[in-house]
Design a binder for this molecule. Structure first.
Ligand code: M1P
Length: 253
């Protein structure tokens, strides 16, 4: 495997969730966090593993994020880059097949059509490489509308109820439904959670893999990787907390 270049701890990898771990939810990284990660990259090997697709991470982490991190794992690692080079991966449609996907897609669209919620905005299903993302309000909503929807969703249990209906209807499919953000949930084959990215590290020789995430509780989309036996997990309450722990772990004199 290619050398990562000089690092104080070349056998330590630090992986980060994105939303609410190194950026505010669906917002851009701050210059302070960007600098901290740049400094950290002199100490250890770094990567991110997000549920979102790469286009959103490019918006949030900057257009050069593929080169700012040693590993970029989008969609839990179903889209992956190592030192700026794309790695081979599987696809959701290849796994599920067109016929079963059509049934899933139609059920979701009918369910949303019948859903009585205050606002609907469009792009209710986002078809990605390694998963689909389903949003009752629709991904075209504005930032104030997403904040408003999140509160409504919590009060009326919209997404958990939706997920239960899908589990019942598609009990023959080995699918996982993950509520990782504010307005949507991800649907992917069971096992294609964030631990999927560890498959890309099999040929590497890290002796420590740290992971930082905010949704590390059971049911959260960081839970599986946070509690994985190969990983030292850190539960954080936001980017400020991530920064605090990083300074404590790697920059304390
Ligand atoms: O990274 C967490 C989640 O971020 C987005 O969720 P939402 O738009 O609901 O806030 C999505 O990109 C989702 O896929 C992802 O898991």
């Amino acid at each position: 495997m290619t050398d990562f270049g000089p690092r104080t701890h070349p056998k330590t990898l630090v992986l980060f969730d994105v939303d609410d771990t190194i950026t505010p939810a669906r917002k851009s990284i701050t210059p302070e966090m960007k600098q901290l990660l740049k400094d950290l990259r002199k100490e250890v090997v770094i990567g991110f593993v997000g549920g979102s697709d790469l286009s959103k991470q490019l918006e949030q982490l900057g257009p050069d994020c593929i080169n700012d991190f040693d590993f970029c794992f989008s969609e839990n690692g179903l889209t992956a880059y190592r030192l700026g080079q794309k790695l081979a991966s599987q696809s959701f449609i290849g796994w599920i097949g067109e016929e079963k996907y059509k049934k899933l897609n139609s059920f979701i669209l009918h369910y949303i059509a019948d859903l009585d919620i205050p606002k609907k905005r469009g792009t209710h299903i986002e078809f990605r490489n390694g998963m689909i993302n389903v949003s009752p309000i629709g991904r075209n909503c504005s930032h104030p509308e997403r904040d408003e929807y999140e509160i409504y969703d919590k009060a009326h249990n919209i997404r958990p109820t939706f997920v239960e209906a899908l589990k019942k209807e598609f009990s023959d499919l080995s699918l996982t439904y993950s509520i990782g953000g504010q307005i949507s949930f991800d649907v992917f084959p069971t096992g294609w959670d964030k631990t999927y990215c560890l498959n890309h590290l099999k040929g590497e020789s890290f002796d420590t893999i740290h992971f930082f995430g905010d949704k590390t509780f059971k049911g959260g989309n960081d839970y599986e990787i946070y509690s994985h036996e190969r990983v030292t997990g850190h539960a954080v309450e936001g980017p400020h907390d991530t920064a605090r722990i990083l300074k404590d772990l790697f920059f304390k004199k």
